[in-house]
Design a protein around this ligand. Structure first.
Ligand code: ADP
Ligand code: ZN
Ligand code: ZN
Length: 733
């Protein structure tokens, strides 16, 4: 971008990006208007009109000036996207090979992409009136109304907060506003404050960590807050946020997934009376725009959200927090494949503010940055409440007779846990009843016709489902191949474990938590509410359970199937598995009761497991780091992966060959692997291929990509072929 020219009287040409996956910008005549960079304009495009964002003003057109058309309308008198953010988006587009227009529009809430005026989204907030508070205390309201009064408490909450804490709150709000119990008000203009008596006294480790961060002062300082689960990392984020509030600066607080937002919001709300904008994909579009605009106006002191919240404008920035920084959910897996943690780092640098990456199980990339001296690591070794970390018992499954995958020793431990009146978590990273349905008579197994992979049996629904493409079919009663009725489900998924546990513990609620059981909005929140009373219960679930939920009466954690993770072809698998085990284990015994962790495996001597159990995450990470170094993989090399897929094999091969040719001769130590078939060569009836670039040096890779990416766009694009370029891929599938 050419900043110098912006001082010219009225540059005649506006360089505009449109929401298109194309590398180029488009030039228009400014019509004599003074249009700020970062403002939206409506422009003629083809036979229709589009909304674009001005990214540069200039006097020199890319094409013959006589062919340029004037813009139709100017939509923002002020930049919608400030120049700093625009420049960061430009850097991001360069880094992750995204189309600048796609990236810019992706950063905007949907409701602002279509030309709505910013004034369409007046700031609103809700609070209980005196009568409402009285009604709450007298419990004179029920159902949704009671829930809304309780959620509001004595705070004034924005719609984005209410959408987060109490989905579907609007009906109750209408009733209560009509009854004079709740008021819809302009957000309070009072200065943010900390609620009294809410904060615990920091322990020494916490105090040291906090002091280190604060003494670094303002300016870009990256920290890794490496603390075991429950060590009080969140407490540190809260203290830092408090400091920002006092200084009148904004905090951007990222969590890796939507299920963790309500909990973070409750912690913030319990501590502060401040304006909080919440940004995630479960908001009504209007609320999302409103929250984004509150961040942009500087009105929101705290911006809390998932991945895409990292694009929020911050006019008075103070601090960025990236909680659970190791979580792969921070990587966008389609469209513009950015990494929110890495963009947050880029933002912190250009905003010149400190950034705190928090994790109990830091990613190898981050650990490498610590080792290189680029980030300062602060450690919290102990849990904040007296409870020590739970002991881990390894259950060697070899030769044992299992009941639906559960070993006798584990069942005994579960019996004891339930008898003590406590809660247990049984973790298995597999949805459905069984991952394979096998014919015992002839060896046939149910496979997806589009992917050629085994179909997962969902017994409750009597369905077979492909986890790769979503194909479903009715589960057969008899083998379609030989007609025998000897169909056996092989292996266990969460549904099967649930069934086995229900049969064994008929009087104890068994709650299954996986993507199937939590598909509905807030279903997970409701499940967790059922556990909050601390009564005995068993949770059965997948990955979702690994993340940060605080259940005080949960004392037993059983990890019943990890062996699949030991044999994955993806080089990230070891790191992921170590993180998963440590995170799941961290759920046990968080409050005042001791916990225990039970790990079932057929391979107790596997180096990764053995190292993890003996030396903890540090040792496991060191082991992985050694392997990555030995095989020149990230963080010791930098990868970019071209993926393509097509229903037609010949089209795919032709495109991949052309893509390979477009690379030219490898330079600067670049290694080119492929084109080869993808690890999953067929998905949803489409053939898949890939080409992997590996470079020991980041600049060399970026140079190659800068030249290659536009060439890929310029290649003949066979109909129905889809391709994407993934920089720093988090998986190689
Ligand atoms: P993390 O984010 O590392 O998992 P949290 O900040 O959530 O840890 O702390 C775990 C629990 O310990 C929370 O209930 C928190 O309120 C409590 N806690 C944190 N710091 C302290 C402290 N210094 N004294 C007492 N309790 C604390
Ligand atoms: Zn058969
Ligand atoms: Zn399939």
């Amino acid at each position: 971008m050419n900043a110098a020219r912006q001082s010219d009287p009225t540059p005649a040409i506006l360089r505009v990006v449109l929401p298109l996956p194309l590398p180029q910008t488009f030039d228009y005549l400014s019509n004599g208007w003074t249009v700020p960079v970062g403002a939206r304009v409506r422009v003629p495009f083809g036979r229709s009109h589009r909304i674009g964002v001005v990214v540069e003003t200039t006097d020199e057109a890319d094409v013959d000036r006589a062919r340029l058309k004037p813009v139709d309308a100017l939509l923002d008198a002020e930049p919608l996207i400030d120049p700093g953010l625009l420049a960061d988006l430009h850097r991001a587009a360069d880094y992750w090979c995204g189309a600048f227009g796609d990236v810019v529009f992706g950063a905007l809430p949907l409701a602002l992409r279509d030309g709505h005026a910013t004034t369409d989204f007046a700031e609103q907030a809700w609070r209980a009136t005196q009568a409402g508070t009285a009604a709450r205390d007298a419990r004179s309201r029920r159902g949704g109304s009671a829930a809304l009064l309780t959620t509001l408490g004595d705070a004034t909450l924005s719609a984005s907060e209410l959408d987060t804490l109490l989905p579907g709150w609007r009906a109750a709000a209408r009733r209560l506003v009509a009854a004079g119990l709740v008021a819809c008000v302009a957000p309070p203009a009072t200065a943010p404050r900390t609620r009294e008596g809410a904060a615990p006294v920091l322990n020494d480790e916490q105090a040291d960590a906090l002091a280190s961060i604060l003494s670094a002062g303002t300016g870009f300082h990256p920290f890794l807050l490496h603390g075991v689960t429950g060590s009080g990392k969140t407490e540190i984020y809260l203290r830092l946020t408090e400091r920002m509030l006092q200084q009148g600066r904004q905090t951007l607080w990222l969590v890796p997934e939507i299920g963790l937002v309500p909990q973070a919001l409750r912690r913030l709300r319990a501590r502060f009376d401040a304006r909080i904008a919440v940004l995630h994909s479960n908001l009504a579009e209007g609320e999302r725009a409103r929250a984004w605009l509150e961040a942009r106006a500087g009105a929101a002191a705290i911006v809390l959200g998932t991945r895409s919240a990292v694009f929020a404008p911050l006019p008075r920035p103070g601090l960025i927090v990236v909680d659970e920084e190791h979580d792969a959910s921070y990587k966008q897996q389609d469209g513009f494949r950015y990494h929110a943690r890495d963009f947050a780092l880029l933002r912190a640098q250009s905003l010149d503010v400190p950034i705190v990456l928090g994790s109990a199980t830091p990613s190898l990339e981050t650990l490498a940055n610590v080792e290189a001296g680029r980030y300062v690591r602060l450690r919290l070794h102990h849990r904040a409440r007296a409870q020590p970390a739970s002991p881990v018992h390894v259950l060697d499954l070899r030769g044992l007779k299992l009941a639906h995958g559960l070993s006798p020793a584990l069942l005994e431990a579960l019996d004891a846990c339930i008898a003590r009146g406590e809660q247990a978590l049984v973790f298995k990273n597999r949805r459905g009843y069984a991952p394979v349905l096998l014919c015992h008579a002839c060896g046939w197994h149910a496979a997806c016709p589009n992917c050629e992979k085994p179909l997962t049996l969902y017994r409750g629904r009597r369905q077979l489902l492909c986890h790769h493409c979503g194909h479903t079919e009715r589960a057969p009663e008899a083998c379609p191949h030989c007609g025998a009725t000897a169909l056996i489900p092989q292996g266990q998924g969460t549904e099967r474990l649930e069934e086995a546990l229900v049969a064994r513990y008929p009087d104890v609620p068994v709650l299954r938590v996986d993507r199937e059981s939590t598909r509905q909005r807030n279903a997970f929140g409701k499940l967790l509410d059922r556990l909050a009373d601390g009564k005995p219960a068993i949770l059965v679930g997948t990955q979702i359970l690994a993340k940060g939920h605080d259940l005080p009466n949960l004392t037993l954690v059983a990890i019943v199937g990890v062996d699949e993770g030991l044999h994955s072809v993806d080089f990230h698998a070891g790191e992921r598995l170590a993180q998963l085990i440590v995170q799941v284990a961290g759920r046990a015994g968080r409050a005042d009761k001791p916990g225990s962790v039970w790990l079932q495996t057929h391979e107790p001597d596997h180096p990764l497991l053995a190292t993890l159990l003996q030396g903890g995450y540090d040792a496991a990470a060191a082991l992985q780091m050694g392997e990555r170094l030995a095989s020149s993989l990230p963080p010791f090399a930098h990868l970019a992966l071209l993926r393509a897929e097509s229903a037609r094999h010949d089209a795919l091969d032709a495109f991949m060959a052309a893509a390979r040719d477009a690379l030219g001769r490898p330079v600067g130590g670049l290694r080119i692997n492929g084109p080869i078939a993808a690890p999953m060569p067929l998905r949803a009836g489409r053939h898949r291929a890939q080409l992997l670039l590996e470079s020991p040096q980041r600049p060399a890779l970026r140079q190659v990509l800068a030249a290659w990416w536009p060439r890929l766009h310029a290649l003949p694009q066979p109909r129905g072929l889809r391709w994407s370029l993934d920089v720093d891929p988090v998986d190689l599938y």
